[in-house]
Design a protein around this ligand. Structure first.
Ligand SMILES: [Zn+2]
Length: 193
């Protein structure tokens, strides 16, 4: 049975090289932010900039690799039933909700949830980079570069599977931002095999 991440929360766990992480959207239209750190040195971390540079595209799917800041492959995408994820935007945070939504008493968001879950592994807030935002749908205007956050394309039960290429610490959330999840906060399921 997969583990469940409650709505607007997050977890951290470890994986060994060769293991597979399956992330499932059980109800549909729910984003999960993914972070990866090397277990042997948490200074090595998933890198949007390096990954998009080497992929020469911004939408990653089956067959694509997620690189670290040291240009090592951390994760391979081996199954992708949705085909639309974001790797441009940072985890939603108190500041996201204050600046974009105008919230007076903002939720800590994926950023706070990731920081809390990863703190026991030696990861501090300033070490948290842009996450791989599973199922997040951010179309980009090819001329102007304008971004829009649209409802995820994931339907109930859709999944993505990653294979670890090194021993990893993973941070994973059920995203807390209304806009990213079509206005409803739902759980995320995951398992490591
Ligand atoms: Zn979020």
């Amino acid at each position: 049975m997969p583990h469940e991440i409650a709505p607007r929360s997050g977890v951290a766990f470890t994986m060994a090289a060769g293991q597979r992480l399956t992330v499932i959207d059980p109800m549909g239209e729910q984003v999960a932010d993914l972070l990866a750190f090397s277990r042997s040195d948490v200074g090595e971390v998933i890198s949007s900039g390096r990954t998009l540079d080497y992929a020469s595209k911004i939408y990653l799917t089956t067959g694509d690799k997620l690189y670290s800041n040291r240009s090592n492959v951390m994760l391979d995408i081996v199954v992708d039933e949705v085909g639309r994820h974001d790797f441009l935007l940072t985890p939603c945070s108190r500041d996201t909700f204050r600046i974009i939504y105008g919230d007076k008493d903002p939720h800590q968001g994926c950023f706070g949830n990731l920081a809390g879950a990863l703190a026991p592994h030696g990861v501090s807030e300033d070490m948290i980079p842009t996450a791989f935002n599973i199922f997040m749908n951010v179309p980009v205007d090819g001329e102007t570069g304008e971004l829009r956050v649209e409802p995820p394309l994931s339907k109930a039960g859709d999944r993505i599977v990653f294979e670890a290429k090194m021993d990893l610490i993973i941070g994973l959330t059920a995203c807390s931002a209304l806009q990213s999840n079509n206005g409803r906060f739902k759980p995320i399921h995951w398992q490591v095999d």
